[in-house]
Every structure is written in structure tokens, then in C-alpha cells.
Design a protein around this ligand. Structure first.
Ligand code: FES
Length: 147
């Protein structure tokens, strides 16, 4: 099965304390309710490192980076992003209220980081999915500067 979208939900401690587990479950429920569970895989991840803006939800392949997500936002994320292919602009990260939205690599906090994704897949279906995630993460990563 080839998914069209991957929704990464931060499962780190800070985001979990702000209900990311409920966000994760709601996203899966909404995908089933709206009949698109075959189009999207919801994945729990480790900490994105941006805990102050959590819970964090990232959507691939659009690279939509949602911050301060609430469990009740799950319906809108599935209905807009997965069903209609549109970002939920009110949830996108902004440096301040006046600035444009930013993708993860545009956020100053991440610009000097080199992110590594380690994947261990159990089944061939899962291998295909995680390979896609790994390729995306690798493509977006920057090499550390040598000092
Ligand atoms: S725990 Fe979610 S960004 Fe750190």
C-alpha cells in the first residue's frame, strides 16, 4: 500500500504531556471516519526538539509544520490536508503573528542542526513507508558545519 501522506505526531515527553497521544488517536479515527485511512499513515515520532511549540505535527510530503496542535484539530487536519490537499494555515509555525509561515528548515532553531533518522522496519509494507520518510528526512537535512 502506498500512502499519499504521512502525518508525524511528536511522541516526546513534552508533547505527550500536552495530549499528543490523543492527537495521534484522533487523527487515525478521523482518517477512518472520512474514508481516507488508505491514503495516510499516522506515525508517532520522537522529540522534534522544538518542545516549546508542542505538540508538533508534521505532514509529508507537503512538509507542513504544525505547532501547538490540539486533539480537536485532528478533524481539520485530515479533512483539509488529506482530503482536500490544503494546509491548515492557522496551525503552521510563524516566528511571530506578522510573519509568513515557515517550513521546518526555515526555522532558525533548526538551521544549525543536522537531523538523523534511524529506521528499523519489521515488514515489507512498513519498509516502503519508512524508506520514504527516511529519504525525505535525509533530503531535508543539512550537513553539520565543520569547525
Ligand atoms: S517533545 Fe515534542 S518537540 Fe519535544
Amino acid at each position: 500500500m502506498a500512502y499519499k501522506n504521512f502525518i508525524l505526531v511528536c511522541g516526546g515527553t513534552a508533547c505527550e504531556s500536552s495530549h499528543s497521544e490523543e492527537i495521534y488517536r484522533n487523527l487515525i479515527k478521523e482518517a477512518e471516519a472520512l474514508g481516507v485511512s488508505h491514503d495516510v499513515q499516522v506515525v508517532k515520532t520522537g522529540c522534534f526538539g522544538f518542545c516549546e511549540k508542542g505538540p508538533i505535527v508534521k505532514v509529508l510530503p507537503s512538509e507542513s509544520f504544525y505547532v501547538e496542535v490540539k486533539p480537536e484539530d485532528a478533524h481539520e487536519i485530515i479533512a483539509e490536508q488529506v482530503v482536500k490537499g490544503r494546509e491548515v494555515t492557522r496551525l503552521l509555525y510563524r516566528k511571530d503573528k506578522k510573519s509568513d509561515t515557515a517550513k521546518l528548515e526555515d526555522i532558525e532553531f533548526y538551521q544549525k542542526q543536522f537531523r538523523i533518522v534511524c529506521v528499523t522496519a519489521a515488514s515489507s509494507t512498513r519498509k516502503a513507508s519508512t524508506s520514504t520518510l527516511h529519504a525525505t528526512a535525509t533530503r531535508r537535512s543539512r550537513k553539520p558545519s565543520s569547525r
